[in-house]
Ligand binder design. Sequence first.
Ligand code: AMP
Ligand code: GLY
Length: 419
Amino acid sequence: MKVLVVGSGGREHAICWKLSQSPKVQELYCAPGNGGIASVAKCVNVGATDVDGMVSWARENAMDFVVVAPDDPLAMGMVDALEEAGIPAFGPRKNAAIVEASKAFSKALMEQYHIPTAKSGTFHDLDSALKYIEQQGAPIVVKADGLALGKGVTVAQTEDEAKLAAAEMMEGRKFGDAGTTLVIEECMTGPEVTVLAFVDGEHVSPMPPSQDHKRAFNGNRGPNTGGMGAITPPPQYTPEIAQRCMDEIFLPTVQALKAEGRPFHGVLYFGLMLTPEGPKVVEYNARFGDPECQAVLSLLDTDLLDIMLACRNGTLDQCDIRWRDGAACCLVLASGGYPLSYQKGYPITGLEEAGKTSMVFHAGTKLGPEGEVLTNGGRVLGVTCTAANLEDAIEASYEAAKHISFKDMHMRTDIGHAF
Ligand code: AMP
Ligand code: GLY
């Protein structure tokens, strides 16, 4: 089959790497891809949010299957457009991708179907938002309704901080249209865990649980980032908790979406908080998480293409999905200054040496004129190792990362030990 993957980050590199192992994949393309993806797939110069351009390219080049990995094109309806053009695609349609694209939608769904989550209110005007903050008191969490690159959430320790965040989002239009509706919710406590699950509209197959490290600096300090590292499995996610999540969260969510006429096909991301009252949903995403994807897919033992086709075709219950025992760690190497301001275009050394003991997934890289690898984003690389246990996987990632350097390189030194 000829397969196209849409996107350009570490997640897409991991997906391409895994798909390239499938005997059924004869030709693999990635749009737009990056410097590392170029070693496993042919990079295509079409932007990830160019829906018409992507459909035209896929049609003209006779793609048999297109995997839409990032949130924006999913929310824009790229899967719908591809399917309408007769090209089978992996990922939710627009009416199901809304679980990520609108937090107000997700909260209403969870409330209606009694899926455990933080108590919240949804607001369309600032006055009522401010009143609610006063009534509830701090700490309190203020969220922009729409997609804001993971930055639209303020966990406010004081009422003033919450009110300022609400005003900046609604009146200051800090996140544009994404902040014209706000969700304001109770502040939950407990470890955070990610569960990615394959979903085919009806059946759910959870992948091994994982844990992201969202803050820029050690000790979970500093600004929120796209993710500075991920491990699988997090020790806090016991088999008992897994069973509760399946019964109280995963199956009810998939059934709710089906009942609403929005069947979800693709990867559903459950952002969970293990609170003293039990697991609750922090957020849904409509896709693989990044960097979680890099760690989790490293443990997949069966054919990813088969699973993706089964998600699209509604046959997940007949699909052979096996995971290797053991653990994995993905350590993100970022540009100094990320997520605020940072420089790009620096040469990266040591990739070959690091690659002898790890999978180095590229997130923000590009190839220079002589084929040299240059930094090209905030998150640059995801150094990913598997091992029999978590401690060994973490240590192996740090050992491999020692070989890599570029100007102003930044990493956290406590991945896997911060919670
Ligand atoms: P989200 O984009 O909804 O995942 O939120 C980003 C981060 O904010 C989460 O990963 C949590 O660490 C934090 N957060 C979101 N909602 C809550 C909540 N209700 N209580 C405590 N922390 C939260
Ligand atoms: N790692 C968080 C996300 O992908 O949204």
